[in-house]
Design a protein around this ligand. Structure first.
Ligand code: CA
Length: 227
């Protein structure tokens, strides 16, 4: 059994009950509320381990909830309508961990919940010792020696390209907005802007050759390293 408290914030009763039912089946303890105000007070009372947060809410919307909770560092899985790319990007930059677009399958949702919880656990556990060598599908990044090899060939990256590649490769399968990439990499050789993230990614892909395709563009959102 999963000994975790999950808060669901969703104004549509049918979806709220569906999510609640499925997470309870997995053994999570679930509290469900239908608006942002109740979400903020529930956070004080139940100290959730994760929040499943609908972005389109009456009153205080999901983005405002994200912003209000950013200091709490509670993992957030956003649930959005399909066309809300700009909100997804904003939510990710406000500290949300992942997102799902409606309609979604309950099984995928519970898998995402598990993945977000696992990733958070790994992050808190890993802070003391970051793995110095990342090996992902033929790309080997040695963070101590600052070298990258792809299919055995040494690859020459600039400092910023290196930190972007390292950041993506540490989190395969996760989508990051340009803003998150900038924040994580803080451009060590020159200031990084959203536009220059695109330029850097283009350069990294080119230098990686065939392996460059592993860095995927997620339209409207940002980039991810293929799993
Ligand atoms: Ca809604």
């Amino acid at each position: 059994m999963e000994d975790k408290n999950i808060l669901i914030v969703e104004d549509e009763a049918e979806i709220r009950e569906l999510i609640q039912f499925n997470l309870e089946q997995e053994g999570y303890r679930v509290t469900a509320v239908s608006n942002g105000e109740d979400a903020l007070s529930a956070v004080q009372n139940m100290r959730p381990d994760l929040i499943v947060l609908d972005l389109m809410l009456p009153g205080i919307d999901g983005i405002q909830v994200c912003r209000a909770l950013s200091a709490h560092e509670i993992p957030i899985l956003m649930v959005t309508a399909k066309s809300d790319d700009a909100d997804i990007v904003l939510g990710l930059e406000m500290g949300a961990d992942d997102y799902m677009t409606k309609p979604f399958s309950p099984r995928v949702l519970t898998a995402r919940v598990r993945a977000v919880l696992r990733r958070r656990q790994k992050q808190t556990g890993a802070q003391a010792e970051e793995v110095p060598i990342i090996s992902h599908r033929g790309i080997v990044i040695d963070t101590a020696r600052h070298t990258v090899t792809g299919s055995g060939q040494s690859i020459d990256l600039s400092a910023t390209e290196f930190s972007i590649l390292e950041f993506l490769a540490r989190n395969p399968g996760w989508v990051f907005s340009r803003g998150q990439i900038i924040h994580a990499c803080k451009g060590s050789d020159y200031p990084v802007t959203e536009r220059s993230v695109d330029v850097q990614i283009l350069a990294i892909r080119k230098k990686l050759g065939n392996a460059g395709a592993l860095i995927e563009t997620v339209r409207g959102i940002g980039y991810r390293m293929a799993e």
